[in-house]
Ligand binder design. Structure first.
Ligand SMILES: Cc1ncc(COP(=O)(O)O)c(C=O)c1O
Length: 447
């Protein structure tokens, strides 16, 4: 059994600390629910609850409308001398600019679109790998989703390179930073690390890890898929070389996005067809892009900017030097972060009282700033699948299994037992929904 702290004791400390709670009341983001048509779905006369958000989030009407509008009014390929093609060119430019604003990239050319994070990571790792020699090293971590592990392992096999896996502290499901630091050597060429765990919610100190990578002359590849829905991202402050995310995890359509520093995107040779441009980002965006989903992404970012405008007076001050949509998007995610912290505090207190529960990851009040609202747990005597089924029957959607965080589940010793139940919240969830989730779990578990 892994060395996990006693979760009931842990929850009491969450409770105690929350009694002397912060004077600063978090924003109420629940009015934003009206933007999401799918939140109206009911099962057996009750509204459903989406707690499956780390697997994919719901989308606002702004996204749905933009997809339909693109297909109705602008549907064409790029670069033509006619109206719909010109509209498509303008849309693609707007999508790059909007994503640059969300990530605080210095230049829209630093944004590359593709089908999803996994496919983009395979493509980029392969291209980066052209410069690798036998004996070169790549550092990955036990905490990561396999999409940030297997592409690097495949590359290492091809190039005779060595993959070194940084360990975790299983008691808290946090990275063992000393181990990670020790595994970065003068032979390290890439450090691939997640910003937040898709299984247990831990946020990693990717700024420090990036600086360690750079000291060794290595590239820092950051998987921000699970961080992007929950907090503002500033690639310039992080100074990472690449950062990858997926818009279907942050209220957009099924698309993947890579941020890369422009000189790197220009210098590294992409796998591409001859007639395609040699310029970034086009040389990386192989084939025809998913134009309607790019329209949907712009719609989602419009929604988030609207949310941010309403919160700008309160959260904007953190982002000196930003203005316009960039500031609105950063204020939006700062407000989301504050709101979700209350949700996860409430959830941790509630689930800690379940008989036989084991919560994996950070649960202390002081650690709520080091996690996103994704909670993995097991309950003695109940398989994660049975818990998810019990919730599903009650209209509460949550994942069970390993969610591709394979190394972590093996390290925690729960892979062979069906992994864990994962409750993953987003900014459209409410405290009342968290209460319903906790009550449903108590009903299923009994005792
Ligand atoms: C942390 C993390 N990285 C990568 C991925 C893979 O993303 P995609 O489905 O866009 O390939 C996921 C998907 O769940 C994830 O959670």
């Amino acid at each position: 059994m892994p060395n996990i702290p006693d979760t009931s004791a842990t929850a009491n400390s969450v409770e105690r600390a929350s009694e002397q709670r912060i004077s600063h009341t978090p924003p109420d983001l629940s009015p934003n629910r009206q933007h999401f048509p799918s939140l109206a779905l009911e099962l057996s006369g009750q509204p459903v609850i989406y707690a499956d958000n780390p697997g994919g989030t719901q989308v606002p009407q702004e996204c749905i409308g933009a997809i339909a509008d693109y297909l109705a009014r602008s549907n064409a390929n790029t670069g033509g001398a006619f109206l719909t093609s010109a509209r498509t060119d303008a849309l693609l430019a707007e999508a790059h600019a909007a994503m640059a604003d969300m990530l605080n990239a210095a230049d829209p050319r630093e944004i590359v679109f593709g089908p999803n994070m996994t496919t983009l990571t395979f493509a980029f790792s392969r291209a980066i790998g052209r410069t690798l020699s036998p004996g070169d090293e790549i550092v990955v971590t036990t905490l990561d989703h396999d999409a940030n592990v297997s592409p690097w392992q495949a590359l290492a096999e091809e190039r005779g390179a060595v993959v070194r896996m940084a360990e975790i502290d299983p008691a808290t499901c946090t990275l063992d930073m000393a181990d990670l630091h020790a595994k970065i050597t003068p032979r390290t060429k890439v450090v691939a690390v997640g910003y937040a765990s898709n299984a247990v919610g831990t946020i990693n100190d990717v700024e420090t890890i990036t600086s360690w990578a750079h000291e060794a002359g290595a590239l820092a590849w950051i998987d921000a898929v699970q961080y992007a829905p929950h907090a503002p991202i500033d690639v310039q402050a992080l100074d990472c070389d690449f950062l990858v995310c997926s818009s279907y995890k942050f209220f957009g359509p099924h698309l993947g996005i890579v941020y890369g520093k422009l000189p790197l995107l220009e210098r590294i040779a992409a796998y591409k067809v001859r007639p395609a441009t040699n310029e970034a980002p086009g040389k990386w965006e192989t084939g025809t892009q998913n134009h309607e989903c790019l329209a949907g992404l712009v719609g989602t970012l419009d929604y988030l900017a609207t949310l941010g405008r309403a919160q700008q007076a309160r959260y904007g001050a953190r982002f000196a030097g930003m203005s316009g949509r960039r500031l609105e998007l950063h204020a939006a995610f700062a407000a989301i972060q504050a709101y979700e912290r209350e949700l996860v505090r409430h959830l941790l207190i509630g689930v800690a009282e379940l008989q036989g529960v084991q919560i994996y990851g950070l649960t202390q009040e002081a650690d709520l700033t080091r996690r996103v609202p994704t909670v993995a747990l097991t309950v003695a005597g109940h398989t994660p699948r049975a818990l998810a089924e019990g919730l599903g029957q009650r209209g509460i959607f949550a994942w069970d299994g390993n969610y591709y965080a394979l190394n972590l589940m093996e390290r925690l010793g729960i892979e062979a037992r069906g992994g864990a139940l994962r409750i993953g919240l987003a900014h459209y969830n409410t405290l009342a929904e968290v209460d319903r989730i906790v009550a449903a779990l108590h009903e299923i578990v009994g005792g």
